[in-house]
Design a binder for this molecule. Structure first.
Ligand SMILES: [Zn+2]
Length: 220
């Protein structure tokens, strides 16, 4: 996007569950306060039907549910990190050199049971393919989660966090600073997967947004 003098940009995260409506945005400068109206229109996301052999992934037992609840709490806490890191750059590079599937928001059914919409995009790869940091930031390790498998995050600052799931290997430890393009880990098939791939998500203030918005030649 072309930036001109006095242009400003607002990143506004909208959850996939958000209903169409009018939204008011108030901007304040020293001399004036202005209200901007934003119209949210519905977007029809595609459906995907998958079958998995491990029934726990479709209807989890009480013990697994307990684990899922615990992990989901820890995950949302980390994803809502609003650190004091200054976000200097928004433009990301692809973490894996493979074609984009444009599958953010896809409504998924596992063995016919409706599950939460796809909160990221999937990048094809083989176990062991190296993943690059799309943007500089600080590493957060979440560990081995039931759905996401081995998962790590990068905190880019000001509420922008990117997430990497189903990893085979993680190269960095928590708290490490990584530069754009640094290798951070390897593609795997841990967690709920039908094959090896990288599930890449981007969160803004704790809400999943389409990672493609941050790529150089995004076509949405
Ligand atoms: Zn995915």
């Amino acid at each position: 996007m072309q930036k001109r003098e006095n242009d400003w940009m607002v990143l506004l995260p909208l959850s996939l569950e958000r209903k169409p409506e009018g939204l008011k945005l108030v901007s304040k400068t020293l001399s004036q306060t202005r209200t901007h109206s934003i119209n949210i229109v519905p977007k029809a996301y595609a459906e995907q039907h998958l079958s998995v052999s491990n029934k726990e992934y479709v209807k989890a037992s009480e013990k697994t549910l307990e684990r899922i609840r615990r992990e989901s709490l820890a995950k949302s806490k980390s994803l809502s990190t609003n650190s004091l890191l200054e976000l200097k750059e928004l433009r990301m590079i692809k973490p894996l050199d493979s074609p984009l599937r444009h599958d953010f928001g896809r409504r998924r059914f596992f063995n016919g049971v409706a599950k939460s919409p796809h909160s990221g995009i999937d990048l094809s790869g083989k176990v062991g393919d190296k993943i690059k940091a799309p943007l500089a930031g600080r590493v957060i390790i979440l560990g081995d989660l039931f759905y996401n498998g081995n998962m790590m995050l990068i905190d880019h600052g000001e509420g922008l966090i990117s997430a990497y799931s189903h990893l085979d290997k993680i190269y960095k430890s928590g708290g490490t600073w990584v530069e754009q393009g640094d290798f951070i880990g390897e593609v795997g098939k841990s967690g709920r997967v039908t094959g090896p791939h990288l599930h890449w998500s981007v969160y803004l203030k704790g809400i999943a947004v389409n990672p493609e918005l941050f790529l150089e030649d995004a076509t949405l």
